[in-house]
Design a binder for this molecule. Structure first.
Ligand code: SF4
Ligand code: SF4
Length: 233
């Protein structure tokens, strides 16, 4: 286990990539669990959410004609390994290859087609969802791409901000320290051992931020549930 391994001991090359992969998976597991708790209900009815929360957005004037509307989970998104807010820099190729290797056997060759109609113009728009989308949500678990782990649309951010007023949500600069973590993991994949402790620390920072935000949201959601139950009596 790399977690017990002092920095410096890892060699350059493959060991660094493997350690970077482990840390990436740990971060992705924590982020996936966190967002799933608070956003999956919204994402399950993406078009409905836009109609209510952002009626002026072009997406809000669309209705489903066939298939499943994938929202932001469009074809190709799962293969975008750019680091958020880094002017287009991607995770290093060996790390991308390692993540892709872990995905073998997951998802299908192609995503499924959908079409939507713009109710204002009657125009039909066709598209294809991500190949990892399943009826139960994303089937990629912790091997999602950085953008899958970080992107939230405006209505979802509005919802979250309404639960915890004053808290800011993704798309702001380096949300929860995820960008700094990814840069650190990229350096570990490139240079191996000497970067290990820095990448571990960046992961700890990210996990601490997630725990803090998770507590805030869970507490507030619990309080709201109690108020709701109370009022229903
Ligand atoms: S994050 Fe927003 S756009 Fe993406 S699926 Fe969820 S509701 Fe839809
Ligand atoms: S991998 Fe999962 S989260 Fe990413 S686009 Fe595909 S279905 Fe959405």
């Amino acid at each position: 286990m790399y977690s017990e391994c002092p920095g410096g001991r890892l060699k350059r090359g493959a060991d660094g990539v493997e350690a970077a992969f482990d840390l990436y998976r740990d971060a992705a597991t924590a982020l996936t669990t966190f967002f799933c708790r608070f956003t999956s209900r919204s994402c399950a009815d993406c078009l409905g959410l836009y109609r209510i929360a952002l009626p002026e957005d072009p997406i809000a004037s669309h209705e489903l004609v066939e298939g499943i509307f994938p929202g932001c989970c469009q074809e190709g998104v799962a293969d975008d390994f750019r680091i958020p807010d880094s002017k287009g820099r991607s995770l290093p190729k060996p790390l991308v290859e390692r993540i892709s290797e872990g995905r073998v056997g997951l998802g299908s060759k192609e995503g499924s087609d959908y079409s939507v109609r713009d109710v204002r113009t009657g125009r039909i728009h066709k598209g294809r969802g991500c190949r990892h989308m399943t009826p139960g949500g994303c089937g990629l678990g912790p091997l999602k791409s950085p953008i899958c782990l970080h992107y939230l649309c405006d209505p979802v951010r509005q919802n979250l901000a309404a639960i915890v007023p004053g808290a800011s949500w993704p798309m702001e600069e380096d949300f929860l320290g995820f960008g700094a973590f990814l840069h650190s993991v990229a350096r570990l994949a490139d240079n191996g051992g000497p970067e290990f402790m820095a990448a571990r620390l960046a992961l700890e920072t990210l996990l601490t931020e997630i725990r803090g935000r998770d507590r805030e949201l869970a507490l507030k959601t619990e309080q709201d549930e109690k108020i709701k139950t109370c009022m229903e009596k």
